[in-house]
Design a protein around this ligand. Sequence first.
Ligand code: MN3
Length: 199
Amino acid sequence: MAHTLPALPYDLDALEPHISRQTLEFHHGKHHAAYVNNLNNLVAGTDLEAKSLEEVILAVAGEATKAGVFNNAAQVWNHTFYWQSLKPGGGGAPTGALAEKINADFGSFEAFTEQFKAAGATQFGSGWAWLVLDGGTLKITKTGNADLPLAHGQKALLTMDVWEHAYYLDYQNRRPDYISTFLDKLVNWEFVAANLAAA
Ligand code: MN3
């Protein structure tokens, strides 16, 4: 199937002043779009062409000769999931069953935020920080480059892009400031709760 660039779930300026229109124009309109185009070119005429995005990712994960397909397919998935992990007026603490699960598995919401911040700050170079469900337990993970929980048997609930292109126009080298703003102002906890409920 031809893979397509999904529309952002909000306007380009909806996340300002935390993430600028310019960042989203490049990040969605250039970076995410390029991964979609690259993927379509790479799978054209192969047995991967008819597969869904998740089927492609699982088919080529760990295959050294298919790293280009994996990287582009995973980046398409990661970015679509990242846009949904953000919302205007987001951030703060979750409520309900998700809050109870976080308290049960991390001890407290504060402990969760410390671990999530540390995962994002210590991911060396490009990658992602995640909240995942792994065997029924919430965990914080980080992945390098395009790697993602789906390739490790985990269910993604939340992600934060820590590639420089996600924050450099707005925060330059201050990745910790971007991470704090992500948690305080941008996380879409309703999306995370829905992912947990569907798991
Ligand atoms: Mn990105």
